[in-house]
Design a protein around this ligand. Structure first.
Ligand SMILES: [Mg+2]
Length: 292
Protein backbone atom coordinates (compact mmCIF):
# COMPACT_ATOMS: atom_id res chain seq x y z
CA UNK A 1 0.00 0.00 0.00
CA UNK A 2 1.98 3.01 -1.22
CA UNK A 3 -0.74 5.64 -1.41
CA UNK A 4 -2.58 6.98 1.63
CA UNK A 5 -6.14 5.72 1.76
CA UNK A 6 -9.53 6.69 3.09
CA UNK A 7 -12.08 3.87 3.28
CA UNK A 8 -15.76 4.81 3.24
CA UNK A 9 -17.96 1.86 4.06
CA UNK A 10 -21.64 1.11 4.09
CA UNK A 11 -22.65 -1.02 7.10
CA UNK A 12 -25.80 -3.17 6.58
CA UNK A 13 -25.06 -5.83 3.96
CA UNK A 14 -21.48 -4.57 3.55
CA UNK A 15 -19.29 -4.47 6.67
CA UNK A 16 -22.21 -6.07 8.56
CA UNK A 17 -23.86 -9.31 7.43
CA UNK A 18 -27.30 -8.67 5.89
CA UNK A 19 -29.00 -11.22 8.14
CA UNK A 20 -26.94 -11.48 11.35
CA UNK A 21 -25.41 -7.94 11.42
CA UNK A 22 -22.06 -9.63 12.29
CA UNK A 23 -18.75 -8.08 11.20
CA UNK A 24 -16.58 -10.86 12.67
CA UNK A 25 -15.02 -12.03 9.35
CA UNK A 26 -13.71 -8.49 8.72
CA UNK A 27 -11.96 -8.09 12.09
CA UNK A 28 -8.41 -9.12 11.01
CA UNK A 29 -8.53 -6.71 8.04
CA UNK A 30 -10.00 -3.92 10.19
CA UNK A 31 -7.16 -4.41 12.68
CA UNK A 32 -4.52 -4.32 9.93
CA UNK A 33 -5.98 -1.09 8.54
CA UNK A 34 -6.12 0.47 12.01
CA UNK A 35 -2.43 -0.35 12.52
CA UNK A 36 -1.68 1.38 9.22
CA UNK A 37 -3.75 4.36 10.41
CA UNK A 38 -6.09 4.12 7.44
CA UNK A 39 -9.35 5.82 8.46
CA UNK A 40 -12.41 3.56 8.15
CA UNK A 41 -15.36 5.92 7.78
CA UNK A 42 -18.76 4.32 8.40
CA UNK A 43 -21.13 5.75 5.76
CA UNK A 44 -24.60 4.56 6.49
CA UNK A 45 -28.36 5.10 6.59
CA UNK A 46 -28.11 4.48 10.34
CA UNK A 47 -28.48 7.21 12.98
CA UNK A 48 -26.04 8.97 15.29
CA UNK A 49 -27.35 6.93 18.25
CA UNK A 50 -26.80 3.65 16.40
CA UNK A 51 -23.30 4.65 15.34
CA UNK A 52 -22.21 5.69 18.84
CA UNK A 53 -22.55 2.07 20.00
CA UNK A 54 -21.19 0.49 16.85
CA UNK A 55 -18.03 2.60 16.57
CA UNK A 56 -17.27 1.87 20.22
CA UNK A 57 -17.63 -1.85 19.49
CA UNK A 58 -15.44 -1.51 16.38
CA UNK A 59 -12.96 0.64 18.34
CA UNK A 60 -13.28 3.20 15.55
CA UNK A 61 -12.04 6.74 16.36
CA UNK A 62 -12.71 8.31 12.96
CA UNK A 63 -15.48 10.52 11.55
CA UNK A 64 -18.74 8.88 10.49
CA UNK A 65 -21.49 9.70 8.03
CA UNK A 66 -25.10 9.07 9.11
CA UNK A 67 -28.57 9.02 7.58
CA UNK A 68 -27.35 8.47 4.01
CA UNK A 69 -25.06 11.50 3.95
CA UNK A 70 -27.37 13.94 5.77
CA UNK A 71 -24.73 14.62 8.44
CA UNK A 72 -21.06 14.01 9.19
CA UNK A 73 -19.88 13.67 12.78
CA UNK A 74 -16.20 14.45 13.37
CA UNK A 75 -14.55 13.86 16.78
CA UNK A 76 -13.61 17.26 18.27
CA UNK A 77 -9.94 18.03 17.65
CA UNK A 78 -9.64 15.40 14.87
CA UNK A 79 -8.98 18.14 12.31
CA UNK A 80 -6.96 21.30 13.03
CA UNK A 81 -8.16 23.20 9.94
CA UNK A 82 -11.56 24.76 9.20
CA UNK A 83 -14.12 22.64 7.32
CA UNK A 84 -15.14 23.22 3.69
CA UNK A 85 -18.20 25.51 3.62
CA UNK A 86 -20.04 24.30 0.50
CA UNK A 87 -23.29 22.28 0.75
CA UNK A 88 -23.46 22.88 4.52
CA UNK A 89 -26.95 23.63 5.84
CA UNK A 90 -25.74 24.00 9.44
CA UNK A 91 -23.02 22.92 11.85
CA UNK A 92 -22.92 22.63 15.61
CA UNK A 93 -21.27 20.77 18.47
CA UNK A 94 -22.93 17.67 19.88
CA UNK A 95 -21.40 15.65 22.72
CA UNK A 96 -17.74 15.04 21.78
CA UNK A 97 -18.31 15.72 18.08
CA UNK A 98 -18.55 18.51 15.55
CA UNK A 99 -21.66 17.86 13.46
CA UNK A 100 -21.86 19.05 9.83
CA UNK A 101 -25.38 18.94 8.41
CA UNK A 102 -26.43 18.76 4.75
CA UNK A 103 -30.22 18.41 5.07
CA UNK A 104 -33.22 20.08 6.68
CA UNK A 105 -34.49 18.40 9.85
CA UNK A 106 -36.64 15.25 10.05
CA UNK A 107 -39.81 17.23 10.93
CA UNK A 108 -39.63 18.96 7.53
CA UNK A 109 -39.86 15.60 5.75
CA UNK A 110 -42.51 14.27 8.13
CA UNK A 111 -44.76 17.27 7.33
CA UNK A 112 -44.21 16.77 3.62
CA UNK A 113 -45.12 13.06 3.89
CA UNK A 114 -48.19 13.94 5.94
CA UNK A 115 -49.23 16.27 3.13
CA UNK A 116 -48.61 13.62 0.43
CA UNK A 117 -50.58 10.95 2.32
CA UNK A 118 -53.71 12.70 1.05
CA UNK A 119 -52.71 11.75 -2.52
CA UNK A 120 -51.32 8.30 -1.62
CA UNK A 121 -53.63 7.06 1.16
CA UNK A 122 -52.56 3.75 2.76
CA UNK A 123 -49.80 3.33 0.18
CA UNK A 124 -46.89 3.89 2.52
CA UNK A 125 -46.04 3.72 6.21
CA UNK A 126 -43.33 5.88 7.78
CA UNK A 127 -40.86 5.05 10.53
CA UNK A 128 -42.70 7.43 12.87
CA UNK A 129 -45.99 5.63 12.17
CA UNK A 130 -44.40 2.20 12.61
CA UNK A 131 -43.00 3.18 16.00
CA UNK A 132 -40.26 1.16 17.73
CA UNK A 133 -42.30 -2.09 17.78
CA UNK A 134 -43.19 -1.84 14.06
CA UNK A 135 -39.55 -1.03 13.22
CA UNK A 136 -38.52 -4.01 15.31
CA UNK A 137 -40.78 -6.42 13.42
CA UNK A 138 -39.77 -5.11 9.98
CA UNK A 139 -36.02 -5.11 10.66
CA UNK A 140 -35.46 -7.89 13.20
CA UNK A 141 -33.66 -5.38 15.46
CA UNK A 142 -33.91 -5.64 19.24
CA UNK A 143 -36.26 -3.24 21.03
CA UNK A 144 -33.37 -0.99 22.16
CA UNK A 145 -31.85 -0.99 18.66
CA UNK A 146 -35.23 -0.16 17.10
CA UNK A 147 -35.40 2.88 19.43
CA UNK A 148 -31.97 4.00 18.22
CA UNK A 149 -32.97 3.46 14.59
CA UNK A 150 -36.00 5.68 15.17
CA UNK A 151 -33.88 8.48 16.67
CA UNK A 152 -33.46 10.07 13.26
CA UNK A 153 -32.55 13.73 12.96
CA UNK A 154 -32.57 14.53 9.23
CA UNK A 155 -34.58 11.92 7.33
CA UNK A 156 -37.71 9.78 7.38
CA UNK A 157 -37.64 6.19 6.08
CA UNK A 158 -40.84 4.54 4.88
CA UNK A 159 -42.07 1.22 3.61
CA UNK A 160 -43.79 1.43 0.23
CA UNK A 161 -46.88 -0.79 0.13
CA UNK A 162 -48.32 -0.05 -3.31
CA UNK A 163 -47.28 -0.66 -6.93
CA UNK A 164 -43.98 0.29 -8.58
CA UNK A 165 -45.84 2.68 -10.91
CA UNK A 166 -47.46 4.51 -7.98
CA UNK A 167 -44.06 4.60 -6.25
CA UNK A 168 -42.53 6.42 -9.19
CA UNK A 169 -45.36 9.02 -9.10
CA UNK A 170 -44.82 9.40 -5.33
CA UNK A 171 -41.07 9.85 -5.72
CA UNK A 172 -41.61 12.46 -8.47
CA UNK A 173 -43.87 14.49 -6.14
CA UNK A 174 -41.32 14.28 -3.32
CA UNK A 175 -38.50 15.45 -5.58
CA UNK A 176 -40.66 18.29 -6.89
CA UNK A 177 -41.17 19.34 -3.26
CA UNK A 178 -37.41 19.58 -2.65
CA UNK A 179 -36.74 16.16 -1.11
CA UNK A 180 -34.21 13.57 -2.17
CA UNK A 181 -35.38 9.96 -2.18
CA UNK A 182 -33.03 7.01 -1.73
CA UNK A 183 -33.89 3.34 -2.01
CA UNK A 184 -32.17 1.35 0.72
CA UNK A 185 -32.23 -2.40 1.29
CA UNK A 186 -35.57 -2.32 3.12
CA UNK A 187 -36.77 1.27 3.17
CA UNK A 188 -37.32 4.27 0.95
CA UNK A 189 -35.54 7.14 2.65
CA UNK A 190 -36.75 10.74 2.35
CA UNK A 191 -34.17 13.41 3.12
CA UNK A 192 -32.66 16.66 1.84
CA UNK A 193 -30.47 17.33 -1.15
CA UNK A 194 -27.65 15.07 0.04
CA UNK A 195 -26.38 11.56 -0.43
CA UNK A 196 -23.44 9.37 0.56
CA UNK A 197 -21.50 10.49 -2.54
CA UNK A 198 -21.67 14.17 -1.69
CA UNK A 199 -20.67 13.38 1.90
CA UNK A 200 -17.69 11.31 0.67
CA UNK A 201 -16.49 14.17 -1.53
CA UNK A 202 -16.91 16.76 1.24
CA UNK A 203 -15.06 14.70 3.85
CA UNK A 204 -12.31 13.66 1.38
CA UNK A 205 -11.78 17.34 0.62
CA UNK A 206 -11.49 18.06 4.36
CA UNK A 207 -8.87 15.28 4.78
CA UNK A 208 -6.88 16.53 1.77
CA UNK A 209 -6.92 20.06 3.17
CA UNK A 210 -5.93 18.87 6.64
CA UNK A 211 -3.17 16.53 5.45
CA UNK A 212 -2.06 18.99 2.72
CA UNK A 213 -2.12 15.95 0.45
CA UNK A 214 -4.08 15.80 -2.81
CA UNK A 215 -2.97 12.22 -3.37
CA UNK A 216 -5.39 10.69 -0.87
CA UNK A 217 -7.24 7.80 -2.51
CA UNK A 218 -10.83 7.03 -1.52
CA UNK A 219 -12.17 3.51 -1.57
CA UNK A 220 -15.93 3.02 -1.10
CA UNK A 221 -17.69 -0.24 -0.27
CA UNK A 222 -21.46 -0.74 -0.61
CA UNK A 223 -24.11 -3.24 -1.60
CA UNK A 224 -27.27 -1.42 -2.62
CA UNK A 225 -28.91 1.39 -4.54
CA UNK A 226 -28.33 3.99 -1.81
CA UNK A 227 -24.58 3.38 -2.18
CA UNK A 228 -24.42 4.22 -5.91
CA UNK A 229 -23.57 7.92 -5.44
CA UNK A 230 -20.80 6.97 -2.99
CA UNK A 231 -19.43 4.19 -5.24
CA UNK A 232 -19.35 6.59 -8.19
CA UNK A 233 -17.79 9.43 -6.17
CA UNK A 234 -14.91 7.28 -4.84
CA UNK A 235 -11.62 6.68 -6.64
CA UNK A 236 -12.18 2.93 -6.25
CA UNK A 237 -15.47 1.14 -5.74
CA UNK A 238 -16.17 -2.20 -4.08
CA UNK A 239 -19.61 -3.60 -4.88
CA UNK A 240 -20.41 -6.14 -2.16
CA UNK A 241 -22.58 -8.91 -3.53
CA UNK A 242 -26.00 -8.96 -1.84
CA UNK A 243 -27.65 -12.23 -0.80
CA UNK A 244 -31.10 -10.76 -1.48
CA UNK A 245 -30.92 -8.29 -4.35
CA UNK A 246 -29.14 -7.70 -7.66
CA UNK A 247 -26.00 -5.59 -7.43
CA UNK A 248 -26.44 -1.88 -8.14
CA UNK A 249 -25.19 -0.60 -11.49
CA UNK A 250 -22.51 2.06 -11.17
CA UNK A 251 -20.61 4.25 -13.66
CA UNK A 252 -17.23 4.18 -11.89
CA UNK A 253 -14.93 2.10 -14.14
CA UNK A 254 -12.50 1.47 -11.28
CA UNK A 255 -14.70 -1.11 -9.58
CA UNK A 256 -14.55 -4.59 -8.12
CA UNK A 257 -17.57 -6.84 -7.68
CA UNK A 258 -17.08 -9.30 -4.82
CA UNK A 259 -17.92 -12.99 -4.96
CA UNK A 260 -18.60 -13.24 -1.23
CA UNK A 261 -21.37 -11.32 0.57
CA UNK A 262 -21.29 -9.12 3.70
CA UNK A 263 -18.08 -8.90 5.77
CA UNK A 264 -16.37 -11.70 3.79
CA UNK A 265 -17.05 -9.74 0.59
CA UNK A 266 -15.85 -6.57 2.30
CA UNK A 267 -12.52 -8.22 3.16
CA UNK A 268 -12.23 -9.64 -0.37
CA UNK A 269 -12.76 -6.17 -1.89
CA UNK A 270 -10.31 -4.38 0.42
CA UNK A 271 -7.65 -7.00 -0.36
CA UNK A 272 -8.28 -6.58 -4.09
CA UNK A 273 -7.56 -2.83 -3.97
CA UNK A 274 -4.71 -2.90 -1.42
CA UNK A 275 -1.72 -5.14 -0.91
CA UNK A 276 -3.04 -6.32 2.45
CA UNK A 277 -2.23 -9.99 2.60
CA UNK A 278 -0.52 -10.69 5.89
CA UNK A 279 1.09 -8.68 8.66
CA UNK A 280 4.55 -9.02 7.10
CA UNK A 281 3.62 -7.30 3.81
CA UNK A 282 2.37 -4.17 5.54
CA UNK A 283 5.14 -3.33 7.98
CA UNK A 284 6.98 -0.92 5.66
CA UNK A 285 4.04 1.33 4.90
CA UNK A 286 4.91 4.89 5.91
CA UNK A 287 2.89 6.33 8.73
CA UNK A 288 0.76 8.82 6.85
CA UNK A 289 -1.53 9.65 9.75
CA UNK A 290 1.10 10.23 12.40
CA UNK A 291 -1.00 12.90 14.11
CA UNK A 292 -3.38 10.23 15.38
MG1 LIG B 1 -26.24 -1.73 2.64
Amino acid sequence: MHQPLLIFTDLDGSLLDHHSYSYAPAIPTLQQLEKLKVPIIPTTSKTYEELLCLRKELNNQHPFIVENGAAIYVPKGYFQTAPPKHHLVSSYEKDEFDCYVFSKCRETWQSLLQHLSRFFPDEFITFAQLGPSGIQSSTGLSSADAEKANSREFSEPLIWKSTEQRKQAFIAMLIESGANVLQGGRFLNVTGNCDKGQALKWLSEYYKKEKKNDELISIAAGDSQNDVAMLDAADKAIIIRSPVAPSPLIRNPNKYQTQATGPEGWTEGIKYFTNLRSESTTTHTPDLYSKR
